[in-house]
Design a binder for this molecule. Structure first.
Ligand SMILES: *[C@@H]1O[C@H](CO)[C@@H](O)[C@H](O)[C@H]1NC(C)=O
Ligand SMILES: *[C@@H]1O[C@H](CO)[C@@H](O)[C@H](O)[C@H]1NC(C)=O
Ligand SMILES: *[C@@H]1O[C@H](CO)[C@@H](O)[C@H](O)[C@H]1NC(C)=O
Ligand SMILES: *[C@@H]1O[C@H](CO)[C@@H](O)[C@H](O)[C@H]1NC(C)=O
Ligand SMILES: *[C@@H]1O[C@H](CO)[C@@H](O)[C@H](O)[C@H]1NC(C)=O
Ligand SMILES: *[C@@H]1O[C@H](CO)[C@@H](O)[C@H](O)[C@H]1NC(C)=O
Ligand SMILES: *[C@@H]1O[C@H](CO)[C@@H](O)[C@H](O)[C@H]1NC(C)=O
Length: 884
């Protein structure tokens, strides 16, 4: 048999054996092809990558050359290539990095920085960048002769959770966003969520249109003929509506006419499409007040809408300033994403609608959702309204929303997020019904964008697994054509769904790290699951995995977890974590230090081996409101309990809270040996001398060299005034490692003391039960002292300051009113979402702490934005005090 024939024979064989698998592959291939065709030109992407380099390593702008290459160069996949620049000259390029998009180029740069330059990049708040160990321009290390090619094992690297926008990004300006987009590119993220500014789009979609003194809504159009219309809340008899479409439209809707004039009537179909669009986008007669009820305040937008959980109104209303500013920001974000060759994921309509819609569309099937988390069922905060996807209005609104985005942003993506059923099950479990709901959700997207792909968080299959049994799951996942839905296996590092679901019944999915819940700060993670999970999933039989992703609720914590996870986007084999950690700590601190390597080994087996699957982290007493009811019959006598108790014990109201049912005491989560971790801290503090020398001495020298306004703690300024600060290699080096090392040391000290405080708290409770007043007093004092000590510790590092959070909120305000609202939002989001309510049954002490918190939330005291004190000395003193 000739080779060609063999080939044909084999191909035919494969085709007949697994036609389904192949067609699925083709479906994804065609999505990828289409997205590739939307990308910015090579020169735009090359300059975007160059700009990332310039911001990160300004001194090395001429040391690297970048080039976009086609996937053919990479064997058909996305990849980056690192080569020595053949004709290297003085001050000329030394290294050339090629990639299939600017993201791959940036990832290649990052890979080079890490594995040849010995550098390290993390968020500013988790220590920033360590680039002092990269050899000077002109002496960059060469890669091996043939160069290095690294392919993506899966096409996508997804980023963000639908609530990250509220937990982490809410107060960001463009400067901060630009840094994050650079970070994303360096980590290889090519499929980021882009949720900023969507309220402004909603406002436009629901905007009231006034025609003279009459208000007319037209809902559904068949061709050019309106098939139903409304005046006020009355449905007009159709015969009263003139049926000659264009005349009728021109006559009634001046806004539309001006717009229509702009269109060339080249073909009927285009015309029809646009008319339908405009009608549905401008006729929902929702007033500003209605929208105020719909959106929450700036810090609560995620919960007001995206997650179907619903605390509408809280912290609102949104000002026009906010809406405009965020829309503007979103446009900047999207254009940068496109320049970098990323595919943004835009929001789509999930069914949440303003309550007022129910009054306007009396016949529409709008249901009020159950109470999610309001303590007192106060109707002011409860509940959102959900438009049933099978209602024709769903498609109208869904289409209008997507079209409005296209109008604002252009044709930037085909991928849309929608989580209609997140923590909100359909009314019946009939698979046929579920399938029709899924199809309706997709239809709304499709009408807005004919190539739409639905990206859905797979959280529901875990959080509500009692409802989503195999038939229901399959019904939802297969309600759209293959390749038109991508699921996020959201919590795959701990609770992978792919294993239990025949790989999502054939639906392509992204293996995601969830890791962080609630933006809570604590050291934890499962490094082993990250280093092997994505590989196991991809090489498993009949794998439908198409990407890796990071879906943390809040960012800027545990940099080691995110660095390892990001690498998995470019690793086809498992990572040997212990070996990797050695290079990690060397890169992060710019130097191999024996004690630190040993400390990281301990952390790997303890803090970073959190395998118990508990989702809610940092439930330590020191950050919780005091809420233990010590009365002997609490927990048994229902009449004794107040509403708060009911809330805290209600199943499902709090997500996977750590609760030890067998204990009489409240328990905090602990998954490792605290003694071991205290040893790791001792090693860190010991290494602190080697790594940082005398902190105050360095700081003084730096201030002398760089001018009084430059602080050794500020990496941005240190870079800006680089000329002086970099005079001495040894000095600059110590400044860099200082930041990384100090962050880790402060964080670890905080972790250790926080767990110690849990023990002290428990001892106090035991003393109380034994009626041992002396011991109670003693432990109580120790607990209070620990709070004060941790405060002093955290005040010594810029990255743990409350002041920066509050000031960033205030900085976004354009007037005093906004400022007041933003500050209240910022303070409330990090404390307590509860208001005092006299009619609400609560014990006195709970009323007291709610009042106390409310007072603080409304306050405007200014908190420092600059650290004070010598972190190393403070950490050492605290170690001596509690463990010495
Ligand atoms: C390398 O540099 C030399 C001298 O500058 C030049 O003549 C030659 O064309 C260059 N070769 C390439 C491949 O650029
Ligand atoms: C629009 O809403 C206003 C206020 O709710 C109401 O008075 C008016 O009748 C409505 N118009 C239409 C066309 O529904
Ligand atoms: C309206 O929606 C609810 C819940 O979403 C559903 O139970 C009901 O059957 C729907 N009613 C109609 C008439 O479609
Ligand atoms: C207090 O709660 C009750 C219902 O529990 C509610 O009717 C009332 O409006 C609330 N008061 C305030 C000031 O929110
Ligand atoms: C998957 O199945 C295993 C065994 O049947 C079960 O223990 C586990 O909880 C399931 N996981 C999920 C996420 O449903
Ligand atoms: C993989 O797919 C084949 C063909 O559909 C099927 O026979 C086999 O059981 C599947 N394997 C697994 C592990 O699901
Ligand atoms: C993590 O813990 C599990 C058991 O909980 C153990 O089997 C595993 O070896 C541990 N891994 C590390 C890195 O210590």
């Amino acid at each position: 048999m000739s080779t060609l024939k063999t080939l044909i024979f084999i191909t035919t064989l494969i085709l007949t054996l697994s036609p389904v698998a192949l067609s699925r592959l083709e479906a994804i291939e065609s999505v990828l092809k289409r997205l590739d065709s939307k990308r910015a030109s090579s020169s735009v992407q090359e300059s975007a990558a160059k700009a990332v380099l310039k911001r990160l390593l300004p001194a090395y702008v001429h040391s690297f050359e970048f080039k976009i290459v086609s996937k053919d160069v990479c064997g058909g996949n996305s990849c980056f290539l690192i080569n020595n620049y053949k004709n290297s000259s003085q001050n000329g390029p030394e290294i050339i990095i090629k990639g299939t998009t600017a993201v791959e180029i940036a990832s290649g740069l990052h890979w080079y920085i890490k594995y040849w330059g010995g550098g390290h990049v993390s968020w500013d708040k988790t220590g920033g960048v360590q680039i002092a160990s990269i050899p000077k321009p002109g002496s960059l290390p060469l890669v091996k002769d043939k160069g290095v090619m690294i392919q993506r094992p899966v096409p996508w690297n997804y980023y963000q959770n639908v609530v990250t926008s509220s937990y982490s990004y809410v107060w960001w300006n463009w400067e901060r966003w630009e840094k994050e987009l650079d970070w994303m590119a360096l980590q290889g993220i090519n499929l980021p969520l882009a949720f900023t500014g969507q309220e402004a789009i909603w406002q436009k979609v629901f905007m009231l249109i006034v025609i003279g003194d009459d208000h007319v809504k037209i809902l559904c159009m068949k061709g050019l003929t309106p098939v139903c219309a409304f005046k006020g809340s009355e449905e007009l008899a159709l015969k009263k509506v003139p049926s000659n479409g264009p005349l009728f439209l021109g006559f009634m809707i001046w806004d539309l006419v001006t717009r229509l004039l702009l269109y060339k009537l080249e073909s009927n179909s285009i015309f029809i499409k646009d008319v339908t669009f405009m009608l549905s986008s401008f006729n929902f007669n929702i007033t500003t007040e209605d929208l105020n009820d719909f959106f929450g305040g700036p810090a609560y937008l995620a919960w007001a809408q995206y997650v179907s959980l619903a605390i509408p109104r809280w912290g609102g209303p949104l000002s026009q300033n906010w809406l405009g500013q965020q829309l503007c920001l979103q446009k900047q974000i999207l254009s940068r994403m496109l320049e970098l060759g990323m595919t943004p994921v835009l929001p789509s309509f999930s069914g949440n609608v303003p309550a007022a819609l129910k009054k306007i569309f009396r016949s529409a099937n709008i249901t009020r959702l159950g109470d999610w988390n309001t303590v007192d069922k106060n109707p002011r905060w409860c509940c959102t309204y959900l438009l049933n996807p099978s209602d024709p209005l769903f498609v109208e609104i869904g289409e209008a929303f997507i079209r409005q985005q296209v109008k604002e942003y252009g044709d930037v993506t085909d991928i849309y997020n929608c989580d209609t059923f997140n923590e909100n099950s359909p009314p019946t479990s009939d698979p046929a019904y579920i399938s029709s709901l899924g199809a309706a959700v997709y239809k709304a997207m499709l009408k807005g964008d004919k190539d739409a792909v639905w990206l859905m968080q797979g959280w529901l299959f875990y959080s509500d697994s009692a409802f989503w049994k195999p038939p229901q799951m399959q019904a939802l996942l297969q309600s759209v054509p293959f390749g038109k839905m991508i699921v996020l296996d959201l919590f795959a590092e701990a609770k992978p769904i792919w294993r239990n679901s025949s790989q999502f019944y054939g639906t392509p999915y992204v293996w995601c790290l969830l890791h962080n819940f609630g933006g809570n700060i604590e050291m934890y993670g499962i490094l082993d699951a990250i280093s092997s999970g994505p590989v196991d999933a991809r090489i498993s039989e009949n794998s439908t995995m198409v990407g890796v992703g990071m879906c943390m609720e809040g960012i800027e914590q545990n940099p080691v977890v995110y660095e390892l996870m990001s690498e998995m986007a470019f690793r086809s084999g498992k990572v040997q974590v212990l070996e990797w950690l050695k290079t990690y700590s060397r890169r992060r601190y710019g130097k191999a230090v024996r004690q630190v390597v040993a400390a990281w080994e301990i952390l790997y087996h303890t803090i970073y081996n959190c395998t118990d699957g508990i989702a809610n982290h940092n439930t330590d007493f020191i950050v919780k409101f005091p809420d233990w009811d010590p009365s002997p019959n609490s927990g048994s006598d229902v009449s004794q309990q107040d509403n708060m108790h009911v809330l805290l014990t209600l199943p499902g109201t709090r997500r996977f809270l750590f609760q030890d049912k067998s204990s009489d005491f409240p328990e905090a989560h602990l998954w490792y040996s605290t003694q071991e971790v205290v040893k790791a801290l001792a090693l860190f503090l010991d290494a602190g001398n080697d790594l940082t020398g005398s902190l105050t001495y360095r700081k003084n020298v730096l201030q002398f060299l760089c001018g009084a306004e430059v602080s050794a703690y500020d990496p941005m300024l240190a870079h800006k005034y680089g000329l002086f600060c970099w005079i001495s290699d040894a000095l600059s080096w110590s400044v860099e490692i200082l930041l990384e090392c100090l962050y880790d040391m402060v964080d670890l000290t905080r972790q250790v003391l926080s767990k110690l405080a849990n023990q002290v708290y428990k001892d106090a409770m035991i003393a109380f039960q034994r009626k041992d007043a002396r011991a109670l007093n003693l432990h109580g004092q120790t607990f209070l002292q620990l709070i004060k000590d941790i405060d002093v510790l955290l005040a010594s590092d810029d990255n743990f300051l409350l002041g920066t959070w509050l000031e960033s909120a205030k900085k976004l305000a354009l007037n005093l009113n906004d400022m007041k609202q933003y500050e209240w939002n910022a303070r409330t989001q990090v404390t307590m979402c509860l208001e005092e309510n006299k009619s609400f049954k609560l014990t006195e002490w709970r009323k007291e702490w709610i009042a106390f918190s409310n007072k603080w939330q409304a306050d405007t005291k200014i908190y420092p934005v600059k650290a004070k004190g010598d972190a190393l000395a403070i950490a050492k003193a605290l170690y001596q005090k509690y463990f010495g």
